[in-house]
Design a protein around this ligand. Structure first.
Ligand SMILES: C[S@@+](CC[C@H](N)C(=O)[O-])C[C@H]1O[C@@H](n2cnc3c(N)ncnc32)[C@H](O)[C@@H]1O
Length: 123
């Protein structure tokens, strides 16, 4: 199965053991303990967007991408319900479109590099 369909299938069937629906506690911890101020941020492989939405609620200007259209649609709905603006993009981080090129001041990844490094570590 091609990669986008494989990930969509996971979200469609609920085979998403990584999905907590919660903001990443590591992300929250880093921002609480560091001097990082709201800035232009990118989330790679954002899934259904809980952390991207939270970053936007903290005042970050957020772009977030995922290969799965289904995940991005759910993320857009989450942002709408939270009444925040996030630039959610369906995109492959191994072949990024122009709107993912930045520059960005801060990026966050929970579980995306973990999977894409097995496919093409150089990309
Ligand atoms: C382990 S999940 C983590 C999702 C999310 N970060 C979270 O913590 O809930 C990995 C995510 O990376 C996405 N993904 C996999 N390969 C990708 C690629 N080449 N480009 C963009 N996203 C990708 C998947 O669709 C999936 O949402």
């Amino acid at each position: 199965m091609p990669e986008p369909s494989r990930w969509d299938e996971c979200y469609k069937t609920g085979d998403t053991p990584w999905e907590t629906g919660q903001v990443s506690s590591e992300l929250q911890g880093v921002l609480a303990e560091s001097a990082i101020q709201p800035c232009c941020a990118l989330e790679l492989g954002c899934g259904t967007g809980a952390s991207a939405v939270w970053l936007a609620q903290q005042g970050f200007d957020v772009t977030a991408c995922d290969l799965s259209t289904l995940a991005i649609n759910r993320a857009r709905q989450k942002a709408k319900e939270a009444r925040v603006s996030v630039n959610f993009i369906v995109a492959d981080v191994l072949n990024p479109p122009a709107d993912l090129v930045g520059p960005f001041d801060f990026f966050f990844d929970r579980g995306c590099y973990h999977v894409v490094r097995r496919e093409d570590v150089a990309a």
